[in-house]
Design a protein around this ligand. Structure first.
Ligand code: FAD
Length: 432
């Protein structure tokens, strides 16, 4: 008889580690299976870590986790071809401990997180791929791995296998992901001396800056770009919807190369050495594209369940929170002596609904549809905004009232009065 566990967790990313740690810490018999050589070896993120989510799982994480810089400044840029309109928020409050957001390197962070799972008593096996779920009728009873005699059984399986969960698809729990619901993102890591980064971004030791970017940098496609400061490197990336890449016949790599040539970005990278390149999918279909997240003997957490808030670039915190809630649901069922039936696991969805995860995803549920159908938000408006800023900032003997008239005229000419009103309504709806 094969060994039986209380819980099998598939995947050792943010969601899987959060679930496995929470369950193991509570004394459950946990097996975690990861296909990568080590946890984090296959994972891609910008990467900003939101302290709140990990703190709720490991309160003293700051004492041992590998963290790069704590973030003290957020810049948002709307780019035209050769200019940008931006806003900065920098606060000394972000410089007081406990810090709220950090940059991290996922390969290091996931490895550390996984060590905590092992210390809590979980059994972690790497270089092992789960090939399918084992079923008894409609109920998941375990997993089949690619190891010899690789069937293992459990009362419950948490699928934390990341975006495009092949296991859930093969088991018929959800359909093929649609290209309009997934973004393809690419990123590079550019190395520079620590002092150069600190001088270039006007920051002190351990302090960090985030630049979030939108506008013509995505060539009219629905997407965003980013630049984050690590200790001795800068991470730079861009992501757009897969359906847009298909239609525009442009590659993510071309987009990234163009972005690096933008006059506002190029000087930030000057003299750096690019050492790492990665590409990854991000599930950005939002609330309306979410698959079922529980059933008889199983729950889904993290990217596998489409738990990503694309507009705020939050994914890892949703992954950790959903992993933790899934594990807590199981712990409570076990404590009450109840079985892991779909009827009882419904409580997972109810807890998610009460959390910030579902509340935020629900708030932005119209966003994907609005932005898919209205490329003017990524082309026309960034251009208009930059031209308006240029008109107002340039001192050329033209009076300010005339300048305002010119700006108003350029907006009406580009979109018409009805178009402007319609766009305002669409934006309002997207953010409701
Ligand atoms: P993953 O981290 O992808 O982990 C899934 C794990 O499952 C992997 O280790 C994989 O190897 C394993 N696995 C898959 N299939 C199997 C199998 N069959 N058997 C065994 N193991 C398997 N989020 C943020 O919060 N902040 C950011 O700054 C940010 N930036 C991002 C930038 C980019 C370019 C990208 C692509 C994403 C970014 N995200 C960011 C999103 C964030 O990375 C994800 O939301 C998060 O990693 C999801 O965690 P997860 O555990 O669900 O999935």
């Amino acid at each position: 008889m094969a060994e039986k566990f209380d819980l099998i967790v598939v995947g050792a990313g943010m969601a899987g580690n959060a679930a496995a740690y929470t369950a193991a810490k509570a004394g459950l018999k946990v097996l975690q299976i990861e296909r990568g050589e080590y946890p984090g070896s296959k994972n891609v993120q910008g990467a900003i870590l939101y302290a709140d989510a990990i703190e709720k799982i490991i309160p003293d994480f700051r004492e041992s986790a590998p963290l790069e810089r704590h973030l003290i400044e957020q810049r948002v840029w709307v780019l035209d071809d050769d200019s940008y309109v931006g806003s900065n928020y920098r606060s000394e409050e972000f410089n007081r401990e406990p810090y709220n957001r950090y940059t991290i390197i996922r390969a290091q962070f996931d490895r550390w997180f996984s060590e905590q799972v092992t210390k809590a008593g979980g059994l972690v096996i790497c270089e092992t791929t789960v090939q399918q779920l084992l079923m008894d009728g409609q109920r998941v009873v375990g997993v089949r791995t690619d190891r010899k005699n690789g069937d293992v059984f459990a009362d419950c399986v948490i699928l934390a296998d990341g975006v495009n969960s092949l296991l859930a698809k093969r088991a018929g729990f959800h359909e093929e992901l649609k290209p309009k619901d997934i973004a393809l993102a690419v990123k590079e890591i550019h190395f520079l001396p620590q002092e150069t980064i600190e001088a270039r971004f006007n920051i002190g030791e351990d302090e960090g800056v985030v630049i979030e970017m939108a506008g013509k940098v995505t060539a009219g496609m629905m997407g965003t770009a980013f630049l984050y400061t690590n200790k001795e490197s800068i991470t730079l990336g861009i992501g757009c919807m897969l359906s847009d890449f298909k239609n525009q016949k442009i590659t993510p790599y071309q987009l990234l190369e163009q972005m690096k040539e933008h006059p506002a970005i190029k000087p930030l990278l000057a003299g750096s050495e690019m050492k790492e390149y990665a590409a990854h999918l991000i599930p950005e279909g939002g609330y309306n594209a979410m698959p079922p997240v529980y059933g008889d003997g199983w729950m889904i957490a993290g990217d596998a369940g489409m738990f990503v808030n694309g507009i705020h670039r939050e994914g890892s915190n949703l992954a950790m929170t959903t992993g933790q809630i899934a594990a807590q649901t199981l712990i409570d069922l076990k404590t009450a002596g109840k079985e892991c039936s779909a009827k009882n696991l419904k409580n997972y969805r109810e807890r998610l609904d009460q959390s910030f995860v579902m509340k935020d995803l629900k708030k932005y549920r119209h966003m994907p549809e609005v932005f898919h159908k209205n490329s003017q938000f990524f082309t026309t408006y960034p251009e208009l905004l930059n031209r308006a800023a240029h008109t107002m900032v340039k001192v050329d003997g033209i009076d300010k009232k005339s300048k305002e008239r010119e700006i108003r005229g350029s907006f009406v000419q580009a979109r018409s009065l009805f178009g402007l009103l319609g766009d305002a309504f669409k934006l309002w709806r997207a953010f409701q």
